[in-house]
Design a protein. Structure first.
Length: 393
């Protein structure tokens, strides 16, 4: 039966399919500590249904097996997603460094798929995380999962139950995926596949069918710490430890209020998510484009103009980002991020647009626009000139 399920999964476009038990995840205690120390920030739903994440059998009574699936969203380098300065410096250093610690995956020598090439884009263009440069993956993967689940129910016969999830279920999916052998959790806390790299979507089917589990994956990070060094905000506080409150993906997507002032400069021109820790992983040498997501790529999300986005009204925002992950931020969240990006990267030509945004009826947008104006005006002043200095005798 496992073979039949895996074959159907591959036919539907999934890139890998593995099996594990529905027993509690191995790192449930670490997850509890992470919640207790508040590192999940404002993502209150993680604590609200923690008991289900700690024991999948509470999600589906009688559950025996969890089927974990990986789908690649890797794309060719010319996607408009640009590495940070830190990533480019590290790549240059790596090219000149021929010795690597024993046991480190550095010996893989990242190939053309390891890092995206710098794009010849305007400084006033925004960066959207790779996974969001498609039609909403929840819809694409959800349709395939529904079909696969129906297949499983037919194979199991009367009395079989199953539920599928795409990033929304109360499961510690990376922990379960590692136990199923789909990949290993890297030091950046994301799943890494030795076959696919770390540009992955994860999804699961939990079922009452009892199927033989696959062996777990071992960690293959070695002594590599590229992802820790690449994080612009030091959100990866130690190997395998992430403080979400400092993570740019959290700040630009999950956080609903103002972005902390001290973290705004590090965001650069990222307006939805961040790929820095993923992009530097040497295991991306093996990344390959997945067939399921490629037809749904959105070229207009590769390098959008920041000023253009700043001019969007509510209707324009909904039209522009219909059926994409960016709808999650709502207009107020995205334009908040756009203002920060303009403050970090734009010149005086953006000031008229920011001044208009500073009068936006949405206070969140207006405050971040005023911050951006201040950043640009500060850069425009001649070095050593202070405000009010011409009035002094």
């Amino acid at each position: 039966m496992k073979t039949a399920i895996q074959q159907r999964a591959l036919e539907l476009g999934f890139d890998d399919c593995r099996f594990t038990t529905a027993l509690p995840p191995d790192h449930a205690g670490a997850f509890e500590y992470w919640l207790q120390t508040g590192q999940h920030g404002e993502m209150s739903w993680l604590a609200r249904n923690a008991e289900k994440r700690l024991d999948p059998r509470t999600v589906l009574p009688g559950a025996e097996t969890i089927i974990t699936l990986a789908t690649s969203h890797h794309t060719a380098p010319e996607t408009g997603v640009r590495p940070s300065r830190a990533q480019q410096r590290e790549t240059e250093q790596d090219r000149g460094n021929s010795s690597h610690p024993a046991g480190s995956p550095e010996v893989l020598r990242p190939g053309t798929g390891a890092l995206p090439e710098p794009a010849a884009a305007s400084p006033a263009a925004g960066i959207i995380a790779r996974y969001a440069q498609f039609t909403d993956y929840h819809d694409i993967l959800g349709a395939a999962l529904k079909t696969l689940t129906e297949h499983i129910l037919q194979l199991g016969g009367p009395g079989t139950a199953a539920l599928w999830y795409v990033d929304t279920g109360p499961l510690l999916e990376r922990d379960l995926a590692q136990r199923a052998g789909l990949g290993f959790t890297g030091k950046h806390t994301n799943l890494i596949s030795r076959r696919l790299g770390n540009w992955l979507f994860l999804s699961e089917i939990i079922t009452t069918l009892e199927l033989k589990p696959d062996p777990p994956a071992n960690n293959h990070c070695g002594s590599c710490t590229r992802c820790l060094a690449a994080c612009p905000t030091n959100a990866i506080t130690a190997p395998f430890q992430l403080d979400a409150r400092r993570c740019i993906s959290y700040l630009t997507i999950e956080l609903k209020g103002p972005i902390p002032v001290e973290l705004r400069p590090a965001i650069g021109n990222r307006i939805f998510g961040c790929d820095d820790c993923l992009a530097v992983c040497p295991w991306n040498r093996f990344a390959r484009a997945g067939g399921l997501m490629q037809p749904h790529a959105r070229a207009d999300l590769q390098s959008p103009g920041l000023v253009e986005l700043l001019r969007l009204d509510e209707a324009g925002f909904k039209t522009r980002f219909a059926n994409t992950p960016l709808l999650r931020t709502k207009r107020r969240g995205l334009l908040r991020n756009v203002c920060v990006a303009l403050g970090n990267t734009a010149d005086a030509t953006a000031l008229p647009h920011l001044e208009k945004a500073a009068r936006d009826p949405e206070p969140l947008i207006a405050e971040h626009a005023r911050w951006a104006i201040e950043q640009i005006e500060t850069r425009q002043r001649p070095t050593g000139v202070e405000l009010g200095s011409t009035d002094r005798v």
